[in-house]
Design a binder for this molecule. Sequence first.
Ligand SMILES: [Ca+2]
Length: 357
Amino acid sequence: MAVETRKTVKSVCSRHYSNKMTNFSTFLRTAMLYLILRTSFVHCDITDGNQEHLKREHSLMKPYHGVGSSSSSQWDFWGSTLVTSSYVRLTPDDRSKQGSIWNTVPVHLKDWEMHVQYKIHGSGKKNLHGDGIAIWYTKERLHPGPVFGNQDHFVGLAIFLDTFRNDLHGMDRTFPYISAMVSNGSVGYDHGKDGRSAELGGCPAEIRNKDHETYLAIRYSKGRLTVMVDVEDKNEWKECIDIGGVSLPTGYYFGASAATGDLSDNHDIISMKMYQLMVEHTAEEESQDWTKIEPSVNLLKSPKDNIDDPTGNFRGTALTGWKVFLLLLCSLLGIVVCAVVGAVVFQKRQERNKRFY
Ligand SMILES: [Ca+2]
């Protein structure tokens, strides 16, 4: 079985914490280094000794042999989608297009990480392009509709790479904007608000018209949903969304869709690579029927609550460590600031006293 090393979960951990130490004094660096290593090890310990396996039946890769062309194909496509040997174009840079591509094999993994390489590009100037791409893990597949080319009131998980601002009142955030939504079908996507009323979290990201590769990683493990982006050509992940208390079943399908309206872009998927995360579960969790789980999010569940909860204990521990680290960092900064201010005041007084003598 093939194992890809470029962006494993382990590297997510090390990259994520690797650039936190710039612009500090040597003293702070030493203290921080200890703390950073300590907290990042808490995260990385989880996958140490395990392997992250590429699952080919859930992955879409160049040159996309057999995609959609036979009954045994593992990917179907619909609408304006064009499959070439180097990219899957969900929509061209034309108005009112919709396209999607869907894995035909349901996912029976409890813990997984999906890496999506994509490219959004077009001739439209700033703010004159749209609408974006959505990545799906849903109960149903190939149901065209108004949400980035897919059905509304979907059941499952959606990650939106929204390139067009619909909500002119929501000027507190910049676009393109990446957000996540989990639904059991009862909640609709609010286009007018760019999905803000139901979003679980998000981040702005400059994902359009880049000369370099752009990536998105979606990780679901033990009730925790993490979304990372790599769009700055630094070959490192940046955290976008990280929330606990998320319930997603097995047996759903991965897909990607895109849509254009009056404004447009080329929305290309270069690859979707699915990795199995080797994570241990309790006997009770193993005996549960994971296909019966209803997609939901327990927003009231704090990381602290997860410590005794088998659905998220390791992340709870890590976050507690992270809090301790932040607290210590703030204390250190406070001491340094007080020392500097004190020294300056003392020096000024000395100078003033000298003048009197
Ligand atoms: Ca939008």
